[in-house]
Design a protein around this ligand. Sequence first.
Ligand code: IMP
Length: 193
Amino acid sequence: MRKLLFFTNNNNKLVEVNQLFKDLKTELILPSKFNFFDEPEETGYTFAENAKIKSSFGYKNFGVECFAEDSGICIEALGWKPGVYSKRFLNRFKDNFRCFENIIDRVKVTGKVRAYFQTSVCLTLNKNYHLVFEGKVKGTISKKIRGKSGFGYDPIFIPDGELKTFSQMSKMQKNKTSHRSIAINKLINFLSN
Ligand code: IMP
């Protein structure tokens, strides 16, 4: 069976990715299984750059084929930010609730409701061979914080064509439309061929 390192310490991402990988004859290895919790600094200006920094770091430390992903939300009312700074933006607030209230206020003031989530997955097959797979889902910021499941900005994002936020959906429902599932399914398609 093919062994592939998924370089992440984010359990929420892992749960979503595991569900997509379940029918593939590939064993996903995690850095945490080896008590490895080091992470490189995410100095990139794009999701793809950061994904490559992480997958290269994983490959360098474990010497096996490795993929990593970087993702975030881009919000029209914030000038299409925070993008690659999504995690850092959330951490600027005392809690997620305050961050969401701030975003919803900005949407009300500007009247700009659009947003999208993006994921870049980078697969590092050797030191000089990297492949990037992209996923994007467009939608709107909800008027209220809704739902309990998921993580990050899920409680305020409604994908186009849906009435629920990502947080109100089951993992399986989110995986049908999400940015992460689009990118990961491209990776799976590559690995299967
Ligand atoms: P990173 O990719 O680990 O740098 O983190 C990106 C940040 O973007 C996360 O900490 C979340 O706040 C946010 N994010 C990424 N993907 C999702 C998602 O699927 N739902 C909600 N928030 C997300």
